[in-house]
Ligand binder design. Sequence first.
Ligand code: NDP
Length: 368
Amino acid sequence: MADLDRRDLLIGLSGLAAAASAGACRAAEPPARKIGYAIVGLGYYATRIIMPQFANCRFSRLAALVSGDPAKARTLAAQYDVPERSLYSYQTFDRIRDNPDVDVVYVILPNSMHAEYTIRAAQAGKHVVTEKPMSVSVAEAEAMIAACSKAGKKLAVGYRSHFQPHNLHAIRLVRDGAIGRPRYLLAEHGFVQGDPTKWRLKKALAGGGSLMDMGVYSVQAARYLTGEEPVAVTARSTTDRKDPRFAEVEDLSAWTLEFPSGAINHGMSSYSSNHNFVRLTGDKGRIELEPATPYEGQTLSLTRDGRKEQLTPPPGPAVNQFVGQLDHMAECILNDRQPLISGEMGLQDMRIVDAIYRSAAGGGTIRL
Ligand code: NDP
């Protein structure tokens, strides 16, 4: 019971709370104005996944674009009805301070640029959403939180799974005791990298390899499903340095997280094999999410008394996880609440990632 109480208090419920608050907003009147987002970095995730979702948002709208490619920015601006005066380059970015249409800056740049643009956005008086991983070091994550706090601005990390119905339902099942006391969690995320020239394989831009990019999904799942914070980390990493893809960053990371309740998590990330799977086993059953965290197509099963049942979660309050995330931040700004996918949540992930790297480098078991 103590464990269940603990889960109620920790991040496992942030998604449920987010869902509940977004649900409450859905019933309410539309706001007098939508919150204006500036998107920084017009790459795949920004243009193919996030920007089309503004059409489905109730509280958010696309207000400005920041890009190193003016022609691309102009084409997208025409498509999304963003005025010329709201287009910026990385050099002119700080002028966003004078743009009243922009409430929040969404940083969708290579990982090592998240800290700089979060801090510059806060200094320009804007709220910030930054993509995962929050940063490439603990120190950067702390500096980002400090900058937003000093400016009196909100900071969120793009942890979309906290708004995804299968993940939310899994959290709810664990909280309600459907699998009994959580004992063992397996979390795997990875894909096969191709082109060795891509920024994800460059240490200076990516900060690291599969752990930075995909491992954070495994770490997040362990935290939000158990509802606990790890107290110890032991890790191993294996990389073929002769493979041109892995000259600078690691390929396979595997780690053990120990939780205060005695639950254990084996997590992994890979850039040379495909994985997207989470299984949490308790003393009365288990839940499985496979795939667990893609853009769409999640499945959830519950196994109890030897019977495996596929579950269809109730629909989330938002159209999808991306809209849920965008509108949650907008609602936080409109109602002056703190985002549930907070900078502190991202910072804790960076502490765990840092401990995994240190342990894998020969540091033994790292106590957190
Ligand atoms: P892309 O390579 O597709 O886009 C990155 C964009 O950043 C580029 O198009 C470019 O935009 C800009 N950029 C500025 N400087 C550089 C540079 N030196 N090298 C490369 N790009 C640069 O990356 P993704 O969209 O896949 O990823 C961006 C971020 O989003 C990452 O942090 C990633 O982890 C995160 N992400 C999150 C996902 C999620 O589900 N939450 C999914 C995918 C990515 P421009 O030409 O406009 O200047």
